[in-house]
Design a protein around this ligand. Structure first.
Ligand SMILES: Cc1ncc(COP(=O)(O)O)c(C=O)c1O
Length: 387
């Protein structure tokens, strides 16, 4: 039987990058001694009041259809949180509640670009970006990173052309933890105005940045900026699939139509729990930040001085890129050899774009004992050889 052209666009070259991770997951399920630092899902629990609220709503029968854009009270709460974070004055009419920032990006992608169009993004990039953008028929253009893993804004200008519709970035970045600064954003703003572009700001990790916020263009360019957010990382709520987009009213109307035909609304009891999550955001985010800061410091201390490893300290988030070229291996070779000899699973930096091919990505958001064992194994691998 035949399939649409879409299935090829979402097949994803990135799939092979996850091979070691899935091998490690399968080995762990068989009870083998493996350490998985290849995925970003912290060992923190969802805040208790959020769980209680969901259970109470379920018991009260909140199990029916809900409007496609999300409940008004939730969209009001998201709008308030966004205003607090970005300084942009918005209301519920600027918000669509979706199943995580991932689905907010998917909806934005479908609404903002299509066949023949291009969306530009910075390396290193979150590996689902290519398929999520290219599902629309548009092409994702990748801007290489500088040696410090910062976006090369001069190269950005070169890659913008007549077909460019949008610039997409994550700040803080996954995997580098880089937060775009005011100077970088000023260049982006200038180019967006000159070339009439949309700006898609993936702020899924913003709650983990210092003070729970990152520099944003939303207040300055409200007609162009689409901000994506979620409770996944700030509240340790990855499995709840609670996220949103905030943008100009016209986009929101289109996004609501896509949400309508894709989801026909999301669970009401989770939406009420999401309101509670936003009520306790200050404590929840502070907890997640303190957790990430402590684990990052522990991991950095654990691998300090290890021959061949050059850690690139993240500004925020739960990941660290480590330049492994000093070991004589590429990121992909390092991942395979480390797993084969030490049973530690990390990600190949090349999965995030060719400019990170000499790096591996480590998620340090795990329990302290596991982190210490991982550091010892990494050290052993680098000090004692790889056979
Ligand atoms: C940069 C980036 N954007 C989006 C997502 C998806 O987040 P969510 O769980 O809100 O869908 C992730 C998840 O890891 C991510 O790293």
């Amino acid at each position: 039987m035949r399939f649409s052209a879409l299935v090829d666009r979402v097949r994803g070259e990135g799939a092979s990058a996850w091979r070691t991770h899935y091998e490690a997951v399968a080995a762990q399920e068989r009870g083998e001694d493996v350490i998985i630092l290849s995925v970003g899902d912290p060992d923190l629990d969802t805040p208790a009041p959020v769980i209680e609220r969901a259970i109470a709503q379920l018991r009260a029968g909140d199990t029916h259809y809900v409007p496609a854009a999300g409940r008004l009270a939730l969209r009001q709460a998201i709008a308030r949180a966004h205003t607090q974070r970005s300084g942009q004055l918005v209301g519920p009419e600027n918000v669509v509640y979706l199943a995580g920032a991932q689905s907010a990006l998917f909806v934005s992608s479908l609404c903002l670009a299509g066949p023949g169009d291009e969306v530009v993004t910075f390396e290193p990039l979150y590996p689902t970006y290519p398929a999520t953008i290219e599902i629309s028929g548009a092409r994702l253009v990748q801007v290489p990173a500088s040696a410090q893993c910062r976006p090369d804004v001069a190269a950005l200008e070169q890659l913008i052309g007549p077909h460019t519709r949008a610039i997409l970035w994550a700040s803080p970045n996954n995997p580098s933890g880089v937060v775009l600064n005011d100077a970088e954003l000023a260049v982006i703003a200038h180019l967006a105005q000159r070339h009439d572009l949309w700006l898609i700001a993936d702020e899924v990790y913003a709650g983990l940045a210092a003070g729970g916020r990152v520099p944003s263009l939303a207040a300055q360019l409200p007609d162009r900026v689409v901000t994506l957010g979620s409770l996944s990382k700030s509240h340790a709520m990855t499995g709840w699939r609670a996220g949103w987009l905030v943008g100009p009213r016209e986009l929101v109307l289109h996004a609501e139509n896509v949400a309508m035909c894709m989801l026909f609304g999301l669970p009401g009891f989770i939406q009420e729990a999401a309101i509670t999550a936003l009520e306790v955001a200050a404590e929840a985010e502070a907890r997640s930040r303190a957790y990430c800061t402590a684990r990052q410091a522990r991991f950095a201390a654990g691998i300090a001085g290890t021959p061949g490893l050059r850690p690139l300290a993240p500004e925020a988030g739960m990941f660290m890129l480590i330049d492994v070229t000093g070991t004589g291996l590429s990121g992909a070779e390092f991942v395979q050899a480390l797993y084969r000899t030490q049973r530690v699973s990390v990600m190949d930096g090349g999965a995030f774009g060719s400019s990170a091919a000499g790096c591996v990505r480590v998620c340090f958001a795990t329990d302290e004992a596991t982190l210490d064992r991982a550091c010892a194994r990494l050290r052993q691998f680098c000090e004692e050889g790889r056979s």
